[in-house]
Design a protein around this ligand. Structure first.
Ligand code: ACO
Length: 315
């Protein structure tokens, strides 16, 4: 299979910010508890913005950085569990707002926090069958809409935001070698669908998800390395889904990853589910910490349950 590489990334966040102290004024929690258990200090929350606004801003920034015209996009995927509307999909709204071609597939993908990694693999497959070389992959969430703001065990964790990447597919590039998995479980993480007669809130068995994550992350890393025929030392940068700083720290210790080879921005965003990985990629690209030639191992896990990893590069 021909491989994809990143051409450019972008991101967008809403104007609303909720700090730990804001939460501590509303419920029985504290900045100290949240920071020490999760690494989170603040998170963004949609005020007037819609999910579509975030997608459009992040995608425009990625297209600009990539120097790619909307007319050259061959497929558009939005990874999300919180679109403004189920129909039309967020990707179809992006098609309209950006003026993407009408003869291309545009659809949303739900793999919860693993969504962006699933979407990269799906995009690689689609572009292999497309006459166009470029694809638009967005991870975007308005999770503030589906967290119960009276439940201190979940509302402290999640935030809103969007990240986007324009990718290119070429014959002489290797596949990203994605490793994806899933195991149906509606107890550890659950967000009811429309018309189910349940409150439309996310519920989570936090400690059990934590245990699942500390096994899933290294299993994914090992599988990606194995598939790529590489060792952890060969990787230039580890891009972790930002769910909890302690989960990242455990992986960093296990693989002895030096500080210059990984990144945490969870302090400022919380867990933004499908937006988490592209938000990291966009900040790192902007800071010049990753670029052409950097071999990046991305790894994510989330509801479903789902998990996934891949080895990606910039063009
Ligand atoms: N402030 C103060 N105390 C709290 C809070 C809070 N915000 N939340 C819970 N507590 C209390 C609990 O009530 C409990 O008290 P008790 O011992 O008297 O019963 C105590 O703190 C410990 O609670 P635990 O849930 O055991 O705390 P834990 O150390 O496991 O941390 C956390 C909880 C942060 C949620 C952790 O389990 C975690 O990060 N899990 C992973 C979450 C995740 O990665 N989700 C990703 C997927 S999300 C998706 O896909 C959409």
């Amino acid at each position: 299979m021909n491989g994809i590489k990143l051409r450019g990334t972008g991101r967008a966040v809403p104007t609303g910010v909720v700090t730990n102290d804001d939460l501590a004024r509303r419920m029985d929690t504290s900045d100290e508890w949240i920071t020490s258990r999760t690494g989170i200090k603040r998170r963004y929350r949609c005020a007037a913005e819609t999910h579509t606004d975030l997608c459009v801003r992040a995608a425009k920034a990625a297209l600009e950085r990539a120097g790619v015209s909307p007319a050259d996009i061959g497929a558009c995927i939005v990874a999300t569990v919180t679109p403004d509307t189920v129909v039309p999909s967020a990707a179809c709204m992006l098609q309209r707002e950006l003026g993407l071609p009408q003869d291309i597939p545009c659809f949303d993908l739900n793999a919860a926090c693993t969504g962006f990694v699933y979407a990269l693999h799906t995009m690689e497959c689609l572009l292999n069958a497309s006459p166009r070389r470029f694809g638009l992959v967005v991870g975007a969430e308005a999770l503030s809409r589906i967290v119960d703001w009276t439940d201190r065990s979940t509302c402290i964790l999640f935030g809103d935001g969007a990240g986007a990447a324009v990718v290119e597919c070429r014959e002489d590039w290797p596949s990203i070698g994605a490793v994806l998995g899933s195991r149906g479980d509606d107890e550890l993480l659950r967000l009811p669908g429309l018309g189910m007669g349940e409150a439309n809130f996310l519920s989570m068995e936090g400690t059990k998800v934590f245990k699942f994550a500390v096994e899933a992350v290294p299993a994914c890393i090992d599988a990606v390395l194995d598939k790529a025929g590489m060792t952890a030392e060969d990787v230039d940068f580890f891009v972790f889904h930002q769910a909890n700083a302690r989960i990242i720290d455990l992986a960093v210790r296990k693989y002895r990853i030096p500080p210059e080879k990984y990144y945490k921005n969870i302090e400022n965003y919380g867990n933004t589910a499908a937006a988490s990985v592209p938000l990291v990629l966009s900040e790192l690209e902007e800071q010049g910490r990753i670029g052409p030639g950097s071999r990046m191992l991305v790894v994510a896990f989330g509801g479903g349950l789902t998990w996934g990893g891949a080895m990606i590069e910039f063009a």
